[in-house]
Design a protein around this ligand. Structure first.
Ligand code: MN
Ligand code: MN
Length: 465
């Protein structure tokens, strides 16, 4: 190989060039990344909604020795607790060697994903076909959802206080559901993609067979209601007090001949939640107490009592502070947080939406997003340089491959994360996450190396001194 010229050496030393993890990592480490993602794929297939992620993580935590948080207990370094927020958000903690008053290390990821929620009164029949009405949840391109096989997940809570769990469409032998689309022969009108499918067009087809042999009114609906009554013990009015979510009914799979990518529904943001939880599980006796948060409602703006705009995190930190008899605000001031959230991966097919020098690329590691927001950084937590450099140093030291990235071009992109809600408590926060292609589509793409780098980075942060 020819020797590098002086100018090439200078460029190498002075220029910033994000590196591809496949070049910088050893084969052993690449193997570890591939292995780690097998667990991630299983997790994606087991958990399709925020409730299911909550239950799955809670069960795994209990198996790993986590106990329910008790405000009157005494905890020592290495003790592990969980705190459940209405079955939709969860906090995991490993107590550190330093007192809580020295601050905590918070990693917060969201476990809700864009989807189609059933309306409170969803069931109807039209021309002897049975349907469910939906109201979409989070930011979606509506045209992407018709002709995708769908599953239904959620709970139906009855007025006698009992709740029935619904999970149909994902298990072997289950029927699936679908939203139909107009055939191209009858769809020649030139419409923008925003108008191609309207919100009220997202009606899920769930059946076509009438009840019995005698002709009559609403017999398809009657037959469907009879099946639901037998299966779940419900009447139509029980839909009024249900929470049912339609999600794509296909499993997470390897993408590409080289199997370097994963395609799945719901990477945003289980792709940050899973590594955050695995890092939390693997931490033994950290310097600082960890607070790993998997939260709900990010996709609708973090409002509601299971979202991070509510008081639940602040209250939990105050509870931790009370264990030591110190004010909660002192703990918040001393705490640091990674807002674990995805960013857009640069897509060569749609390159005009991106500014290349400040975009995240697949396989180049986790993205440190200094600020989000839109229209002159409106609505952002713009992390301060001192804190960003501290986090960058943690990643460098641990061999975590990372890069920077903005969400698209100036005045094109925009979006929010939970960062600002944690920052508003007085905590230092920066966004860190995995780059995603086709974000918010029913089938999103991530790189296995990036997923593993999220685990590595979060673990290094949890264990930082
Ligand atoms: Mn999102
Ligand atoms: Mn997200």
């Amino acid at each position: 190989m020819a020797e590098k010229s002086k100018t090439d050496k200078m460029k190498e030393e002075l220029f910033y060039t994000p590196s591809n993890a496949f070049y910088t990592c050893t084969d052993r480490e690449i193997g570890k990344a591939m292995k780690f993602c097998e667990g991630y794929i299983d997790f994606l297939n087991a958990c399709r909604t925020e409730r299911e992620v909550n239950a799955f993580v809670k069960e795994s935590a209990v198996r790993k020795g986590y106990r329910e948080f008790d405000r009157s207990a005494k905890y020592a370094a290495g003790d592990k607790v969980y705190f459940d927020i209405h079955g939709k958000a969860l906090i995991l903690t490993t107590f550190g060697k330093k007192p809580v008053s020295a601050g905590t290390k918070i990693v917060a990821a969201h476990i809700d994903s864009p989807r189609l929620d059933l309306k409170p009164n969803p069931l109807y029949e039209d021309e002897e076909l049975g349907y469910l009405k939906t109201h979409y949840y989070g930011g979606i391109k509506k045209y992407q959802w018709p002709t995708v096989p769908l599953a239904l997940h959620g709970v139906i809570c009855k007025r006698d206080g009992t709740c029935v769990t619904v999970r149909v469409g994902d298990d072997a032998g289950d029927p699936k559901f679908v939203i139909t689309d107009l055939l191209p022969h009858l769809d020649r009108e030139d419409r923008s993609i925003r108008k191609a499918v309207a919100g009220e067009d997202l009606n899920i087809l769930i059946g076509s067979r009438p009840f019995g042999k005698e002709k009559g009114d609403k017999l398809v609906k009657l037959n469907l209601m009879k099946i639901l009554n037998e299966k779940y013990g419900i009447k139509e009015s029980d839909f009024l007090t249900a929470e049912l979510e339609a999600v794509p009914a296909y499993p997470a799979v390897d993408i590409g001949f080289d199997r370097s990518l994963i395609g799945s529904y719901g990477h945003d943001d289980r792709v940050c939640a899973y590594p955050a939880v695995m890092a939390e599980f693997d931490v033994k006796k950290p310097e600082y107490t960890t607070v790993t948060v998997i939260t709900d409602k990010e996709e609708t703006g973090s409002d509601g009592n299971t979202g991070l705009h509510s008081a639940y995190l602040k209250q939990y930190i105050c509870d931790l502070a009370e264990l030591e008899g110190v004010p909660g605000r002192d703990v918040l001031r001393a705490s640091e947080c990674l807002s674990a959230d995805v960013n857009a991966g640069f897509d060569p097919t749609f390159s005009s939406a991106f500014e290349k020098n400040n975009s995240a690329f697949l396989n180049k590691g986790i993205v440190v997003t200094k600020y989000t927001g839109s229209g002159g950084k409106g609505g952002t937590n713009d992390a301060n340089a001192e804190y960003v450099s501290k986090v960058a140093a943690i990643f460098d030291k641990s061999g975590t491959v990372w890069q920077t990235g903005e969400l698209g071009k100036v005045d094109v992109g925009g979006g929010g994360t939970v960062a600002k809600y944690v920052a508003n408590l007085g905590v230092n926060v920066v966004d860190v996450g995995v780059p995603v292609l086709s974000m918010h589509a029913p089938f999103e793409i991530v790189s296995k190396m990036d997923v593993y780098m999220a685990y590595k980075g979060f673990k290094a942060f949890d264990e930082s001194k």
